[in-house]
Design a protein around this ligand. Structure first.
Ligand SMILES: *Cc1c(COP(=O)(O)O)cnc(C)c1O
Length: 378
């Protein structure tokens, strides 16, 4: 029996077309991109092309795109590196939304331990940050504000442009974690009005362990990884040539097919929800967000039990975000939206991908109904 994978917000499979584009850089073309000989120049040519592609697709300059080891590193770097640089201007206050990925939240906690003041932006019942909440928290002491473009548990889309404007008026930097937005919507840094933006390759069918950070020219950010002159001296370490090639090709394909994908995701979501019709005590969260990601709760059914039983039946979904699902902590995102701890423990996340079919999601929905009813009887 073929398994059904409905956890694309955790990671996506590497697209075979992308793998083929990467292979030469894992074999014959193995040079270190910084070496001043033919092997190195060939590798650097590929890295330059990847940077140009990403820049073009994001509406940025190639010199504003920095390669990293993934979303987590990009998020850490943006928040911590940005906060350190702003502290030199006497600004030691950091604002992050309460629904950020742990890559941002843990970075904020690290800053707090180092003496920064940290404030958390609340969200409404739909999981959206409201602009007035930022207006209330921001001050002349604020150095950086971070709000993600799309939440990875609910799919809720945040009003980035308006939030960035408020931050800029107060003289603060604005960073957005666009890791979960990149697979689902075009991103143009000018239109968003952000100073920094992060993406991660494995969320859009590229290789794992590769990401990028856009840093607007003129914005000062301290490096976190030192020891090499790579990435204009701001991020040391030998460049992962194959991964950058793969990420750029995967992002190009994502952007080229984005409206098609979004239509397919709407169809899958509808088929899935239709399949769940009639299930008692069902709640869907983040209904206005991207169609591919949804958090749902079935009253009286613990999320981890449902995930476990579905797994035994060949379906992969997650209880909250992937990083949180191995632990017993209820989702901080759903609790920020006003759910109680018990309610948050009843939540699971389902996220669709381009290889899913309507038959897949209908089958998963039928299984969920069946399992939920049995679990509830026990
Ligand atoms: C997956 C994810 C990350 C982390 O990216 P990695 O490349 O896995 O380190 C950060 N933010 C969001 C919103 C994510 O979904």
């Amino acid at each position: 029996m073929e398994r059904i994978y409905l956890d694309h917000a955790a990671t996506t499979p590497l697209d075979n077309e992308i793998l083929q584009k990467m292979l030469p850089y894992l074999t014959d073309c193995f040079g270190n991109a910084d070496s001043p000989h033919a092997h190195g120049r060939k590798a650097m040519g590929a890295v330059d092309n990847a940077r140009d592609t990403l820049a073009e697709l994001l509406g940025a300059k190639p010199s504003e795109v920095y390669f990293t080891s993934g979303g987590t590193e990009s998020d850490n770097w943006a928040l911590v590196g940005g906060a350190y640089a702003m502290k030199e201007q006497g600004r030691d206050h950091v604002i992050v939304s309460a629904i950020e990925h742990h890559a941002v939240l843990a970075a904020a906690e690290k800053l707090q331990k180092e003496g920064f003041a940290v404030s958390y932006l609340p969200v409404n019942g739909q999981g959206r940050v409201e602009t007035k909440a930022l207006e209330e928290l921001i001050s002349a002491r604020t150095g950086i504000v971070a709000v993600m473009t799309v939440n990875n548990e609910t799919g809720a889309v945040q009003p980035i442009r308006a939030l960035a404007e408020i931050a800029h008026k107060a003289g603060a930097l604005f960073f957005t974690d666009a890791v979960q937005a990149a697979p689902h919507m075009p991103l143009r840094v000018q239109e968003l009005g952000v100073d920094m933006l992060s993406v991660s390759s494995h969320k859009f069918y590229g290789p794992k362990g590769c990401g990028a950070l856009y840093i607007k020219s003129g914005v000062k950010v301290k490096p976190l990884i030192v020891g090499g002159e790579q990435e204009r001296g701001l991020r040391g370490g030998t460049t992962n040539v194959a991964a950058t090639v793969g990420m750029a090709a995967a992002y190009r394909k994502t952007v080229a097919t984005v409206s098609q994908t979004s239509q397919k995701m709407q169809t899958l979501r509808k088929a899935f929800l239709d399949g769940l019709a009639g299930l008692d005590g069902l709640h869907i969260y983040g209904d206005e967000g991207v169609s591919a990601v949804l958090s749902m709760r079935i009253e009286g059914v613990t999320g981890v039990d449902l995930v476990y039983k579905l797994d035994l039946n060949g379906v992969s979904i997650s209880a909250g975000a992937a990083c949180a699902s191995a632990s017993v902590k209820p989702s901080h995102v759903l609790m920020a939206m006003g759910l109680t701890e018990i309610e948050a423990r009843e939540c699971v996340r389902v996220s669709f991908g381009k290889d899913n079919t309507e038959a897949d999601v209908k089958k998963a929905a039928a299984l969920i109904k069946e399992i939920a009813e049995t679990l509830r009887k026990n």
